[in-house]
Design a protein around this ligand. Structure first.
Ligand SMILES: NC(=O)C1=CN([C@@H]2O[C@H](COP(=O)(O)OP(=O)(O)OC[C@H]3O[C@@H](n4cnc5c(N)ncnc54)[C@H](OP(=O)(O)O)[C@@H]3O)[C@@H](O)[C@H]2O)C=CC1
Ligand SMILES: O=C(CO)[C@H](O)[C@H](O)COP(=O)(O)O
Ligand SMILES: [Zn+2]
Length: 341
């Protein structure tokens, strides 16, 4: 069966590649329907990664946040037409200790091999998680980034000491918002403070106990633990500010991606006895937990719908470019491609 793959071949340039899908194996064929753009896709699209990385990884189909409909499943796990979220992490070995998303051997779609910008996706059944048929598909499209937050909150629960009176989240963008929604759902008794740079965006964190612009944090504000959801050029400032405001022996969970090494105030990390841990990506168990939380706490979907940005119907390569360019211009929210290929 011939498949059409839409690869990024150079910054801001998509081209079509035809590939053959072998129907004589146990893989599931999924037709992607709603795709969501991540900052990681933008770093490839705009050519913001190191030239050597771009040379190594392109051409490559972008997008690792997507849902779709099952077209064919020879394994018998899924019915034709079922709505599924696709897990981009693709492990090739198992480990008793190291999670699938941290195994150096694991592959990740749209970061080394083709992502979901394809007419059909060939995928093993263990990489699919069933979604409620009536879920808001524009929200479900970005379940992958949601599962990253759920994964990081789970690790926080294992690593951070038990005094959790006040938690701070730095970053008033998508990841900060998603992490805040899930943290409040999972730890309703804990006070949640949000630290950002945009008063407009901070207004959307209606469920938080307080919001602060980072230039005007009162001296007496103290937090027990923190999540950094900023990334990029703002990473260092955010991490160092967390170090200033966190109580001794607190835990800092870093999620933001930076292209460059970030200098941090290690003297104060030592003096306060802080724990700093990083989280990247997620595995099937995190997706399953995320979908279970969607079902048990349906208000989550309403909160997440606040960050659905432009929803762009995509049929042509011009439409793909339009969606990526609109995403660059956006003020806030996730850009969704309604994939009609
Ligand atoms: N670990 C993982 O697996 C994942 C990591 N990420 C990464 O997380 C980061 C955030 O992603 P996302 O939320 O989608 O991006 P956004 O751009 O939506 O969010 C970042 C937000 O932080 C704000 N900000 C900038 N400087 C500061 C500061 N000093 N203190 C507090 N807030 C600040 C930005 O404001 P402004 O826009 O005005 O600068 C923006 O609102 C990115 O680096 C992304 O690649 C994303 C998904 C998964
Ligand atoms: O967005 C992410 C997960 O959702 C990660 O930041 C992304 O996977 C990092 O990959 P890359 O090295 O290709 O930027
Ligand atoms: Zn991502």
């Amino acid at each position: 069966m011939i498949n059409t793959v839409y690869q990024l071949v150079a910054p801001r340039r998509f081209e079509i590649k035809y590939s053959d899908i072998d129907l004589n194996n146990n893989k599931v064929i999924v037709r992607p329907t709603y795709l969501s753009i991540c900052n990681a896709d933008q770093r490839y699209y705009q050519g913001l990664r190191d030239a050597e990385i771009l040379r190594k990884k392109l051409p490559m189909a972008l997008i690792h946040e997507a849902i779709g409909e099952v077209v064919r499943d020879p394994s018998g796990n899924f019915k034709t037409g079922e709505l599924v979220v696709m897990v981009p992490n693709t492990p090739v070995e198992e480990d008793d200790i190291i999670a699938e998303n941290y195994l150096r051997s694991s592959k990740f779609r749209a970061s080394g091999f083709d992502g979901f910008m394809q007419e059909y996706v060939e995928i093993t059944p263990d990489r699919l998680v069933r979604l409620p048929q009536d879920i808001d598909r524009t929200v479900a499209a970005f379940t992958e980034i949601v599962s990253v937050s759920v994964h990081a909150i789970g690790r926080f629960d294992k690593i951070a000491h038990k005094r959790r009176n006040v938690i701070g989240i730095w970053g008033d963008g998508n990841l900060g918002y998603i992490t805040a929604v899930f943290f409040k759902t999972m730890f309703p008794e804990t006070k949640l403070y949000i630290f950002g740079v945009n008063p407009d965006k901070l207004q959307d964190f209606t469920f938080a106990d307080a919001t602060f612009t980072v230039e005007h944090i009162p001296e007496d504000v103290k937090i027990d633990h923190a999540f950094e959801c900023v990334g990029g050029a703002g990473s260092g400032k955010a991490i160092n500010q967390i170090i200033d405001y966190i109580n001794p022996e607190g835990t800092i969970s870093i999620l933001g991606v930076s292209e460059y090494p970030v200098p941090i105030n290690t003297r104060m990390v030592l003096e306060k006895g802080l724990r700093i841990f990083g989280s990247s990506r997620s595995g099937v168990a995190d997706f399953e937990k995320t979908v279970a939380l969607y079902k048990s706490n349906p208000e989550i979907i309403n909160y997440l719908s606040n960050i659905v940005g432009a929803v762009v119907p995509v049929r042509t390569i011009e439409d793909m470019k339009k969606a990526f360019e609109m995403d660059i211009q956006k003020a806030f929210g996730k850009t969704i491609m309604m994939w009609d290929k």
